[in-house]
Design a protein around this ligand. Structure first.
Ligand code: ADP
Ligand code: MG
Length: 357
């Protein structure tokens, strides 16, 4: 094992906001923004207006929900649910589970695990939260990056392939096989976004959430009922590749190799792992953006479709036509589904192609 340390490189989707009023014309309230760190990334919430209470109340309710979920999902916090799972003994192979093997969890954790399980099936196992032992081996869980030996990866992949997680949702517990560990890194921000969107709906608020690469557009803007969203240029992350218009109450989630990576021996190793090999996915895509009402699915799918690569990702997009997709490929194409309107290329090197759904 060669272990090295480099700075964590984490970038958020750029957002190009047009015509946002400083004082909202309906509620006569000042927009309010808070920027903070949570779930290992920078988050920013802006509340533009609400017809139930004040912008500050909406913001505080959202930040409290972020804190609640972070306490459950932080793998390094010794009383979090994820810590509980990852430090449980688990049922040894060939043994039957007993009451002592039941791991009781908060309802939120049960819900995210169920969503992860259905996305494991939906993506043909390209999305797999049980990859945690492999993620740990590369140091992507805590930034102690290193390039493992082939045999180490093989051995850990065998453990992952045998690992099992059974959910008993009514009684709110799970049972895991020995060696099972989970990483919610590919889905937690999507789940969080959905929870915050619920709060925005309760307060009838218009808000913009930027949750470390995940954007949630809550409500419609009062001056113009579309939002303008920019997608980072994966080849030049200071700039945009393209921008498009979207209606509100949607999540826009992007996964790309450039989001978190380290360099060693002249090679780049990024954080999206191919469950078939245990190595960073050798994808022909540079980034995958998924737009839809269910941000949890958008998050899991953006990670999974990156792993699947262009051909399978295009098939997946065709089969899921209540969502929209933008794939930026290594050969400088921007593939987009028809629901993506007003797509503007910001870098002439990219050519737009349509994916019929
Ligand atoms: P980001 O966290 O930058 O938004 P993603 O949503 O694509 O990026 O999630 C990547 C994270 O998910 C990784 O850091 C790792 O914790 C986890 N992960 C990596 N590969 C997979 C995979 N194939 N399936 C599920 N989770 C994964
Ligand atoms: Mg994801």
């Amino acid at each position: 094992m060669k272990r090295i340390c480099t700075a964590l490189i984490c970038v958020v989707l750029l957002l190009n906001l047009s015509s946002c009023a400083f004082v909202d014309s309906i509620s006569n309230q000042k927009e309010i923004t808070r920027t903070f760190t949570a779930m290992n990334t920078v988050m920013q919430i802006t509340v533009f207006n609400t017809s139930e209470g004040t912008n500050e109340e909406v913001l505080n309710a959202m930040v409290s929900r972020v804190e609640e979920l972070e306490k459950l999902f932080d793998p390094n916090l010794s009383d979090s649910d994820v810590y509980k799972i990852n430090n449980a003994k688990g049922v040894p192979a060939g043994k039957a589970a007993t009451d002592a093997d039941k791991i009781f969890l908060d309802e939120d954790t049960i819900n995210i695990l169920m969503a992860a399980g259905s996305n494991f099936d939906e993506t043909g196992h390209a999305f797999d939260i049980k990859l945690m032992p492999v993620i740990e081996l590369w140091g992507f869980d805590n930034g102690t990056y290193g390039v493992p030996e082939d045999t180490e990866i093989k051995n850990v992949l065998e453990i992952v392939e045998k690992s099992q997680l059974d959910i008993y949702s009514d009684e709110k517990y799970i049972v895991i096989s020995e060696g099972t560990k989970v990483s919610l890194g590919g889905i937690a921000k999507g789940f969080l976004g959905d929870e915050l969107l619920k709060i925005a709906r309760e307060y009838k608020a218009t808000a913009l959430l930027s949750l470390g690469g995940n954007i949630v557009l809550c409500g419609d803007k009062s001056t113009d009922d579309t939002w303008s969203v920019g997608i980072k240029n994966p080849a030049d992350t200071e700039n945009l590749a393209c921008s498009f218009k979207s209606k509100g109450n949607k999540s826009v989630v992007t996964s790309g190799a450039y989001e978190r990576y380290f360099e060693y021996g002249g090679k780049t190793y990024h954080h999206i792992i191919d469950p078939k090999t245990g190595y960073p996915s050798d994808s022909d895509l540079l980034s995958v953006t998924v737009v839809g009402e269910n941000g949890t699915n958008c998050d899991a799918w953006s990670t999974a479709l990156f792993v699947m690569g262009k051909e399978k990702a295009v098939e997946f997009a065709k089969e899921h036509n209540s969502y929209d997709f933008i794939f930026i490929t290594k050969d400088r194409e921007i593939l987009k589904t028809d629901g993506i309107t007003d797509l503007k290329v910001e870098d002439e090197a990219f050519k737009i192609k349509s994916i019929p759904q």
